[in-house]
Design a protein. Sequence first.
Length: 234
Amino acid sequence: LQALPPDTVAREVKARLARTAGSEGALFSVPPSRAEAPAARPSWRFLPILVPVLAAATLFVIARPLPSTDGREARDAWTEVGGTGVLEPTRSKGLQPRLDVHRQAAARTEHLTDGAQAQAGDVVQLSYTAAGKAHGVILSVDGRAAVTVHLPDTGHASAALERSGTHLLPRAYELDDAPAFERFFLITADAPFELDGVLSAARVLAASPEARTAPLTLPVDLAQTSFLLEKSPR
């Protein structure tokens, strides 16, 4: 994968985000020396987003999938924090929280649709629209039943969200060779919430045959939306 010129980056991302949510963003790039997939699992390679004014250096961080737990631990987590374990899709009228995925394709970015085809080595950028929600978590599950947290970067509680507009995550991600699919979730709420119950629900779903399509089992005060990438071999 080749790095893009800063002026091309600025024009392309500004135009893409203007057509989707009316906000400006920034693009990512992958230096050629880092374009190959890692020799060993874990699943995600994190690539810093390149803001045109600050595109002088590139930093790589490996995001390790969360350790697996047995089914009982996953199912007990909401009891421990007082949750109810009820499925709750987003039903609010008007604008709803949304997760968007862009892929670097040659010298441009491609706005993907839910269910789009992807391959190992593709570099994708995530963005969210909170639609008024103040707190959230972004995570993914894949065909190896791995769960990876993308937001927040650290800590044990949800991240504070920008409540209006569309906002890029600070890193882009290179898809690994996990088979079948990669599915991203945006979980939002009006108040802060702990990660433990969300992660337990994600582990249960990731290990189930319905991981591609079923919602997370979450308390009623947490809304969720997801974005699926179907993985195809190179």
